[in-house]
Ligand binder design. Structure first.
Ligand SMILES: Nc1nc2c(ncn2[C@@H]2O[C@H](COP(=O)(O)OP(=O)(O)OP(=O)(O)O)[C@@H](O)[C@H]2O)c(=O)[nH]1
Ligand SMILES: [K+]
Ligand SMILES: [Mg+2]
Length: 509
């Protein structure tokens, strides 16, 4: 008896580790709380886990509302059974996979006809999720969609899909890696042409392939170092293996560093330049936002302190997505609400990729010096707009700055030049072409990629700090570096590649 319990506990422990339970201690406390026999405890958990994995899920895959067609997608082991229950065809032949068929969609219990549509069955693994998939193409109307989804809810082995669950299954099934999943999401969200191309590249696996090349490079170095651990140079290994590994690691580090010092180009192409408009009150900041948006998005009045909260708009400036924030005019004030607005403005300037300062020509000092409220915030990278040039009395104007324009948002003077110069400056700053794309596709498009690459660079540096006597430590650093790069695509297993490289590695004479 005791022996049986011990076996059960051991098995349970093994299972809890498979199920990612925190620890043996927490398992025991759960076990004690519930006063369950170990064996029963096991039974309680296994079915739920496998159930979650094997559930057949369904969801509307097109936007809800009136349109020509809507697609309801079903994925999981019972997709074919769903077909048998809700799809009625004129022919009684077997279902032919990947072939669209005209059919009636019926309620599984009442067999009432719900819609006249099309159905297609994708046989696993040749489907988006790698599972059996059924797509029902129905008429897109609220009542039709509701009746079909309700009908599916009557099938006991089906449940509604959670957000992103089809894609998650595609990832778990190995159809997409993480970088491709991100690319797919970006493709759906793409609003500009350059975003579409960038996302398509990631979704298609080209981005992953570039990361994979880096990872394989690191593993090649690792293979050499591991060979040195097992054998030694001169004896069983050709000469210069250690130096080779070091040289290659140095080259890889240079490559990674060059990817990292990209001025955030990829992230900017993907998610847009964060641009904050700031300046003294009444300079014409909100007027500038409205000019760029071509509509009265922000309130403009002659009252200083009109804008208080931050107003954010996403615009396409010459093919570049720009997220523009209009902020409260910077000044000391007793008004509590305005004080908060000024505080938020300062934070937005810090968070911006580009800060654009609007100053009224009226507010310039005798020798064209900037108003004190903005003086310490302006750097050589700040974009400067000297507005209200219609009110400029003096004919001479002498503010030197790399990015500077003069406008009158009232008369329109200088605005065409500003718009052209503004777009051009954005392009040159981020090395982008006319349409906002770039000749060489950037590698890093998400902050996540940057974090993993930075950590890989750190590990390679640590490897380069080790000596020929410390190959064991060096190998460990390279292993971490490879894993860090692998995290981008979600591929962190290196043993498989290591084996294959080892196999063609030249060992012995
Ligand atoms: N003469 C002249 N007036 C302008 C010009 N641009 C804007 N204005 C006027 O200046 C006033 C202030 O403009 P806003 O756009 O509200 O200025 P703001 O910087 O957003 O002001 P706050 O939000 O209060 O900080 C409004 O009455 C505008 O019509 C210009 O080029 N010339
Ligand atoms: K104002
Ligand atoms: Mg304003």
């Amino acid at each position: 008896m005791q022996c049986a319990v011990a076996t059960a506990v051991r098995r349970t422990r093994h299972l809890t580790s498979c199920l990612n339970f925190p620890s043996r201690i927490s398992f025991l406390s759960v076990h004690q709380q519930h006063r369950l026999e170990p064996r029963r405890f096991v039974h309680e958990y296994i079915p739920r886990r496998s159930d979650a994995q094997k559930a057949t899920i369904y969801a509307l895959s097109t936007p809800p509302g009136k349109a020509g067609i809507a697609v309801v997608r079903v994925s999981g082991p019972d997709a074919l059974q769903v077909w048998e229950n809700v799809v009625q065809r004129s022919s009684h032949s077997n279902v032919e996979p990947w072939r669209m068929e005209r059919c009636r969609i019926v309620h599984p219990v009442t067999k009432n006809m719900l819609d006249d549509g099309l159905a297609v069955y994708f046989k696993a693994p040749k489907s988006f999720t790698t599972e059996d998939v059924l797509e029902l193409h129905i008429h897109s109307g609220r009542a039709v969609i509701a009746s079909v989804l309700d009908a599916l809810s009557h099938l006991p082995y089906c449940r509604p899909a959670e957000p992103g669950e089809f894609t998650k299954r595609a990832f778990l099934g190995g159809r997409l890696d993480l970088a491709q999943v991100e690319g797919l999401k970006d493709l759906i969200d793409a609003e500009t042409e350059s975003q579409r191309r960038l996302a398509l590249e990631a979704a298609g696996g080209a981005t992953s392939a570039r990361f994979e090349e880096l990872r394989t490079g690191i593993i090649r170095c690792l293979a050499k170092i591991e060979a040195l651990i097992d054998f030694s140079e001169g004896e069983n290994l050709e000469e210069g293996v250690y130096d080779d590994a070091r040289n290659n690691a140095t080259k890889l580090l240079t490559t990674i560093r060059s990817y990292l010092s990209d001025n955030r180009r990829g992230e900017i192409m993907r998610s847009g330049v964060r641009l904050t408009i700031f300046g003294p009150p009444n300079a014409g900041k909100s007027s500038l936002l409205n000019f760029l948006a071509r509509r009265e998005a922000a309130i403009v009045t002659p009252v200083p302190g009109t804008t208080r909260d931050i107003l954010e708009l996403s615009l396409d400036i010459g093919g570049i997505p720009v997220i523009i924030s209009d902020t409260a005019g910077l000044r000391a004030t007793d008004d509590l609400v305005e004080q908060i607005g000024v505080e938020r403005a300062r934070k937005a300037i810090q968070a911006a990729d580009i800060a654009l300062c609007v100053v009224s020509c009226e507010d310039l000092g005798a020798s064209s010096e900037l108003p004190s409220s903005v003086r310490e915030l302006v750097t050589k990278d700040t974009f400067m707009v000297f507005n209200k040039m219609d009110l400029l009395k003096k004919d001479s104007f002498s503010v030197e700055h790399p990015y500077r324009w003069m406008t009158s948002l009232k008369t329109g003077q200088g605005t065409t030049e500003f718009l052209a110069g503004f777009a051009e400056s954005l392009r040159s700053k981020y090395d982008l072409d006319q349409d906002g794309s770039s000749s060489e596709a950037p590698l890093i498009t998400h902050a996540r990629h940057r974090i993993h690459l930075e950590s890989a660079a750190g590990f390679i540096e640590a490897f380069l700090e080790t000596t020929a006597d410390e190959v064991v430590f060096g190998a460990e650093e390279l292993r971490y570096a490879a894993q860090a790069v692998g995290k981008v695509s979600g591929r962190i297993d290196i043993e498989d590649i290591l084996d294959s490289i080892f196999r063609d590695f030249c060992i012995g004479k």
